[in-house]
Design a protein around this ligand. Structure first.
Ligand code: FE2
Length: 385
């Protein structure tokens, strides 16, 4: 059996942000809390959307008190604002952090108790209010996923909360909002989106509904990420990357992520690396380790992006894919892991057992073509170092 969840409506294209008031109104919104990345809280386009909501008779307020690796405290503060304002709907604007916080504010507004009780799979009892998600990066795909990642500040754990009730009611993917992304951010979130496509395709939970979406994500990124990075004003490349990120989200949320994401979460938490960066530094090494467990699938990816011929053996296609991922990281100036973690190899090694245990506990490595033991995960961290 395969199941494919998605937002009820997905809008793409330049200027689609202007449809937000109409979409919210159609979803029955009367008072809306905007959950906005602090970087954009006073941006012109946000003010324009607020004015348009006012004209439509939808009073609105903004909550922006959130951080890059969002915490339970951010969600609690936002939920208080949601209730205090008497909101009945949420408009989320920002990168993955703002979108994840917004999803959990919506969930917490209709469910009682500490957030940790929702950690894991399908543990949210009640559906939340309508939520419209509008990404300002082309990476996480959070606008079309059932997942939120929130740090539990007491236990110092990145909680993965997965529930169909977290799927946004609508996604508005306006690439014009991504044009101001810096080069490093473009690279890191772009490789994160590529990781979503690849992991969704090679996952043990891949299915006939997610496969074409995942491959379409991967081929768009192959054709456009370098251009979007080298020429930030390139509208067509930016648009393709925004759609690819959306497709990556749709694919992995209906299949799963695998070992890269499993290793990336503890790494990001311990060394305060943003999600996109921690995935980017791991993707090539993890791909080299994993392809022998699913040669045909990884070879499909290599052939889909045209770096291996139909006649090439699966093994050589998989090698070509691994080489290409190394080249892509080098071209996009993605640093080595040692450059992200302060260069202290002894300190890094001391964290490996905990990071390996946390990775395995997350459940994601169990979807990988090769399910690693803890010592193999530690070796992979060393290779990425
Ligand atoms: Fe990701």
């Amino acid at each position: 059996m395969a199941r494919f969840d998605s937002p009820q409506a997905i809008l793409t294209g330049g200027g689609s942000r202007r449809e937000a008031p109409e979409i919210l109104s159609a979803l029955g919104a009367h008072r809306t809390l905007l959950v906005v990345d602090p970087f954009f809280s006073t941006a012109d386009f946000v003010l324009e959307i607020r004015s348009a909501l006012d004209r439509k008779g939808i009073p609105n307020d903004v909550f922006s008190d959130l951080q890059p690796d969002p915490t339970d405290q951010n969600v609690i503060a936002g939920t208080e604002r949601f209730r205090g304002f008497g909101a009945d709907s949420v408009l989320a604007i920002g990168g993955g952090s703002a979108l994840d916080v917004a999803k959990m504010i919506a969930a917490a507004s209709t469910n009682i108790g500490p957030l940790r009780q929702f950690q894991g799979y399908h543990r949210i009892p009640n559906a939340g209010p309508p939520l419209v998600a509008m990404p300002t990066t082309a990476g996480t795909g959070s606008e079309a996923t059932k997942v939120a990642v929130i740090t539990d500040t007491e236990r110092s754990v990145k909680m993965m909360i997965l529930d169909a009730k977290l799927m946004p009611s609508a996604a508005i993917v306006d690439y014009e909002l991504t044009m101001s992304m810096s080069k490093p951010l473009t690279a890191h979130v772009g490789v994160d989106a590529l990781t979503h496509g690849i992991e969704a395709y090679v996952s043990r939970k891949a299915n006939p509904l997610t496969d074409p979406v995942a491959l379409s994500c991967i081929t768009k990124i192959h054709a456009n990420l370098r251009t979007a990075w080298a020429d930030p004003g390139h509208a067509r490349a930016r648009e393709a990357m925004s759609v690819a990120a959306l497709q990556g989200g749709l694919a992995f949320t209906n299949s799963s992520v695998c070992l890269v994401h499993g290793m990336s979460r503890p790494l990001g938490l311990l060394f305060t690396l943003p999600h996109g960066l921690s995935n980017s530094v791991l993707l090539p090494a993890v791909t080299r380790f994993s392809w022998p467990g699913s040669k045909a699938r990884y070879a499909d990816v290599a052939r889909a992006i045209g770096i291996a011929s139909v006649k090439a053996s699966n093994e050589s296609a998989c090698e070509a894919l691994s080489d290409w991922l190394d080249e892509l990281n080098a071209d996009l100036h993605v640093p080595r892991l040692r450059e992200c973690c302060g260069g202290d190899v002894e300190k890094f090694r001391a964290t490996l057992p905990k990071m390996a245990a946390d990775a395995l506990e997350s459940g994601s490595p169990q979807n990988n073509p090769i399910v690693p033991a803890a010592n193999q995960i530690m070796e992979l961290f060393e290779i990425a170092w």
